[in-house]
Design a protein around this ligand. Structure first.
Ligand code: GFB
Length: 315
């Protein structure tokens, strides 16, 4: 049953769990425009993998609302290499926070997942009701299972306890605060670093993983944060909501765009010994659009802003 959908952030104590990550920090920036009190806790204050610490912190701080953006995240290789970490860390973080939120009377919680929850070969664009209709992409099934469990946990607390817990499923995100480590990052920051370093070194080419043929949808983290705040204030129901741009491009096209923005004019080579992952992952944006939200940051503009931020970090 839907609760009353409208939720005011005015004067509320709002905990952004995972505020040092790319998405969490974008939500904190976005909340500066709301008249609420943002409360934060770094790892040195509360270890989210420790149930006793999460319980104690929540009982003391008593947030009114929570954005659950804390997660172990990474690109295709990190997911494939550290399955135990991606499954265990994410399960335990979300379980600790969601249960403590219920027991401490948190009025509203948003759980953030990922577009990899959907079947590898889901019909495109992927609608919310595709969840659990087919096998997952093997490179990230561990992360996907944890995120599906998080959606189900939020639904279960809504069903059993009437808790106003909702879930948002962002597409592949990028932006300031992203991870640019070549082994653990997602594709967009990896390509940016490769193009930047090749330009600096006067190299003749960069190499991208896989065939370059997979298609991905990209959304700037600041757009994602804006969508999350919109949903927090206006949505209250059982089903999760896709958060995307509604457009996808091939990895090779993305590489060309990033090289163009960075100003690297060399060749783009492919390395088919590295995994492609799921062939296409474009989510339907219809549900969120019908709720009156649309992204504002076009991909090229977002990549240029991210590159400016990257350069500002001393790179
Ligand atoms: O962003 P990415 O690591 O994640 O890779 P996924 C997307 C595509 O880009 C894959 C290719 O086809 C990669 O092979 N690619 C090309 C590269 N060059 C590179 C490179 O230098 N680095 C990286 N990382 N990729 C993740 C999931 O899947 O998406 C997570 O593993 C999560 O669980 C996240 O859901 C949003 O889109 O394939």
């Amino acid at each position: 049953m839907p609760n009353d959908a409208r939720f005011s952030l005015e004067g509320k104590r709002v905990w952004v769990a995972g505020h040092r990550g790319m998405v969490g920090s974008a939500i904190v920036r976005r909340l500066a425009g709301e008249n609420c009190e943002v409360i934060l806790a770094g790892r040195e204050v509360v270890d989210l993998k420790r149930q006793d610490q999460v319980d104690a912190w929540m009982a003391k701080e008593k947030p009114d609302a929570i954005f659950l953006a804390a997660a172990k995240v990474g690109g295709i290789l990190a997911n494939d290499t550290f399955p135990a970490d991606f499954l265990y860390d994410n399960l335990v973080i979300e379980t600790n926070i969601i249960d403590a939120a219920y027991r401490n009377g948190v009025a509203k919680l948003m759980f953030l997942g990922s577009s990899c929850i959907y079947p590898k070969l889901a019909p495109q664009p992927i609608t919310e009701d595709s969840l659990l209709t087919g096998p997952l992409e093997p490179t990230n099934e561990w992360y996907a299972i944890a995120k599906i469990a998080g959606i189900k946990l939020a639904q279960a607390y809504r069903k059993q306890h009437g808790a106003d817990f909702i879930s948002a499923m962002p597409t592949n995100l990028y932006g300031q605060g992203d991870n640019f480590d070549l082994n653990s990052s997602h594709v967009l920051p990896a390509l940016m670093r490769k193009a930047h370093e090749a330009k600096q070194a006067g190299a003749s080419s960069i190499t991208i993983w896989g065939t370059g043929a997979p298609r991905r949808e990209f959304l700037n983290a600041d757009d994602c944060a804006d969508a999350c705040v919109h949903l927090m204030k206006t949505y209250s129901d059982y089903e999760h909501v896709n958060v995307g741009s509604g457009e996808d491009i091939t990895i090779l096209e993305l590489a060309r765009l990033v090289c163009d923005v960075v100003g690297f004019q060399g060749d783009i080579l492919t390395d088919p010994s590295k995994p492609d992952g799921t062939p296409r992952k474009l989510m339907s944006a219809d549900k969120l659009r019908a709720m009156g939200w649309a992204p504002r940051i076009p991909l090229r503009e977002g990549v240029a802003k991210t590159y400016a931020w990257f350069l500002g970090q001393g790179n």
